[in-house]
Design a protein around this ligand. Structure first.
Ligand SMILES: [Zn+2]
Length: 292
């Protein structure tokens, strides 16, 4: 164990050195997957936080792509959605409940999706909020997104997509022009970052664990997936499914897990959720492809 740790530290130190002395992003080194198992990651927790902060700053500073509702103008909506997060954090199941900020932003766009940057920066589209009918459903989907950050799937996928050298430089806070561009690109890619089916299965399972014993029915995410399946008939693939591929039998797997864990919550909270939806401003419909 110690030897593995030392080897990992040595390799990480080497990569950081490469990152520091190379003026441009270092060429892709040996892919980390060749050395490390699925469970291991080059990134430290502090790197996750730094990368998340930087990515969140890019997203928050790009209102054309991410029209975020101003928390100062919508304090009630934010208090409502934040209490959902706090309830999940109080479950005792979120590994980095205290280390990550778990901050939420609402993007006012007709997109059926949500995502979470490393370090726990959560983004939820109004398109998703309006699609759902009860608080426990949103809690289930948010639990799923939080799990991707908490189990560090997002960092792993970013590492795969962009290479360890670039991601390390970003986490270190290097400010070169090229890197700022990379940060923008990563922020852009985050909303469309696709997870593996094994990560999806794991995020579904942790969503159940987060919701169990909070008072919510633990299968909130399953309700969302059922709705998605119904909607999908005759329509294109919603963005959520292109970024969160169905691991297969996910609705059944979620219900089975909730039963195994003896989750007994019954608070669906439909009425407060309707009030929350009604308090949101008008969302412009998604732009149609230009016609000539
Ligand atoms: Zn997912």
């Amino acid at each position: 164990m110690l030897r593995t740790l030392l080897a990992a530290l040595f390799l990480f130190g080497y990569l950081l050195t490469v990152a520091w002395v190379t003026p441009h992003p270092a060429p892709a080194l040996t892919h980390p997957d060749e050395h490390l198992s699925e469970r291991q990651l080059f990134f430290s927790l502090r790197d996750d936080l730094a990368l998340g902060q930087r990515t969140a700053a890019e997203i928050d500073g790009n209102p054309a792509e991410y029209p975020i509702l101003d928390p100062a103008q919508h304090p009630q909506a934010y208090a409502y959605i934040q209490q959902i997060v706090d309830r999940l954090l109080a479950s005792g199941q979120v590994r980095y409940a205290k280390q990550f900020p778990w901050r939420v932003r609402i993007i006012n766009k007709d997109v059926l999706n949500a995502f979470c940057a490393p370090g726990g920066y959560i983004y939820v589209y109004t398109g998703l909020i309006r699609f759902l009918d009860a608080e426990y459903e949103l809690a289930g989907v948010m639990g799923h997104e939080m799990a991707h950050a908490d189990r560090r799937h997002t960092s792993r996928q970013l590492e795969k997509a962009y290479g360890i050298a670039i991601i390390s430089q970003m986490a270190l806070g290097s400010n070169s022009g090229g890197l700022a561009q990379q940060a923008a690109q990563i922020a852009q890619g985050l909303a469309s970052l696709s997870f593996s089916r094994s990560h999806e299965r794991e995020a579904d399972e942790w969503s159940v664990r987060y919701l169990c014993n909070t008072g919510y029915p633990a299968f909130g995410a399953a309700r969302f997936f059922e709705k998605l399946q119904k909607m999908q008939q005759g329509q294109g693939t919603p963005q959520f499914l292109s970024t969160h591929p169905d691991p297969g039998n996910r609705v059944n797997a979620i219900h089975t897990r909730a039963q195994q864990l003896r989750c007994t919550g019954t608070q669906t909270l439909d009425a407060p959720y309707e009030a929350f939806k009604a308090s949101l401003p008008f969302t412009p419909p998604a732009p149609q492809p230009a016609r000539r």
